[in-house]
Design a protein around this ligand. Structure first.
Ligand code: HAH
Length: 327
């Protein structure tokens, strides 16, 4: 079977998000098609640093070893986020907030330990994830990072990550990246970081998309606008839901016949765009490997099966796979 990473070797890396069992359960697909992996969860603060004095590196280490053994790159995800971050970062044992200095110290020490440990093994980090507000009202999202540290928490995060590994490529990562309003905020955020001399090298476009959304023109405009900042782009968490965002039905046990064709069309157009922008798009990662497991099976509707990947539940290539290898 044609290897996806081979087909794209002159364009960009092809990545997949993985979990601890994946090197066994999805070994063949991972080895044949992917040149990059990301830990879906096990490098997140809640899993790798559950208590102030306790790190748990075992699962992340094993996935890093798997990447090295198979000549794959490893993306680091993620260092500073409002979700999946343990409460001890933000709260003292009496329940009150830590001080700005205490939170910055915890951030720096977290980065020193995690980023330095994987120096030379993890080639890029999503340093800050999802710091922008979703509504057009606020600029930054209301989180403990913003409330306790203030707006410069991003500056501190990127500087600390850079100090911990000066060779790692550092990313700001977010979703709804091609929505014009959020795009403009993301542009302004990264522009400000660059103007202040903060070490940031790339923007991560999560790429949680839908068969009919977003319009290709918006994705193109977003790529152009971000690229004008002189940063590289990674598509960090790509999947194409077969349900529209507000379609919350839970009764579909098998995909409808038209779905995989329509999904293939969308994957095809997006990969065509990425190829066109190969000078800036350097990695395209799917948030999972095959349809037997996806976070979308529990989001936005718990327990509702979705089929968003390039390979089906039996690990066979779907129409979307066939589409993106032909150009
Ligand atoms: C992403 N958020 C996260 O970056 C990733 O770490 C996680 O595993 C899955 C998706 C997307 C997202 C969300 O978590 C909540 C609302 C909208 C989008």
């Amino acid at each position: 079977m044609t290897s996806l990473k081979e087909v794209y070797k002159d364009y960009f890396d092809i990545g997949a998000a993985v979990w601890p069992a994946a090197p066994k359960t999805h070994a063949e697909l991972l080895k044949q098609h992917f040149s990059s992996i990301t830990c879906e969860n096990v490098m997140k603060p809640a899993l790798i640093h559950p208590e102030r004095e306790r790190y748990d590196f075992e699962k992340a280490d094993a996935l890093v070893d798997f990447a090295i053994q198979n000549g794959m790159k490893m993306r680091g995800h993620t260092l500073v986020w409002h979700n999946q971050t343990p409460g001890w970062f933000f709260k003292k044992s009496d329940g009150s907030d830590v001080s700005r200095e205490e939170l910055l110290t915890a951030m720096t020490e977290h980065m020193k330990t995690v980023v330095e440990r994987y120096k030379g093994k993890v080639y890029c980090w999503d340093v800050v994830n999802e710091a922008l507000s979703d509504s057009s009202g606020g600029f930054l999202r209301d989180t403990p990072w913003l409330r306790i540290v203030g707006e410069d928490f991003l500056d501190h995060a990127f500087r600390a990550a850079h100090e911990a590994d000066p060779d790692a490529l550092l990313f700001y990562n977010d979703y709804n990246e091609s929505d014009p309003e959020k795009r403009d905020r993301m542009y302004a955020l990264v522009k400000g970081l660059k103007e202040r001399g903060v070490p940031i090298h790339g923007i991560g476009l999560q790429g949680h998309w839908y068969i009919n959304h977003p319009p290709m023109e918006q994705v193109r405009e977003a790529i152009e606008k971000y690229a004008s900042l002189g940063v590289i782009l990674h598509v960090t968490e790509m999947d194409i839901s077969v349900f529209d965002w507000d379609d919350r039905r839970t009764d579909l046990k098998e995909p409808e016949p038209w779905m995989f064709e329509a999904q293939a069309e969308t994957y095809g157009k997006l990969f065509e765009l990425f190829r066109e922008y190969r000078d800036v798009v350097k990695n395209v990662t799917t948030w999972g490997v095959a349809d037997d497991y996806s976070w979308l099976d529990n989001f936005p509707q718990k327990g509702r099966k979705n089929w968003p990947m390039l390979f089906d539940v039996n690990h066979n290539p779907k129409p979307a796979f066939e589409r993106i290898i032909k150009f």
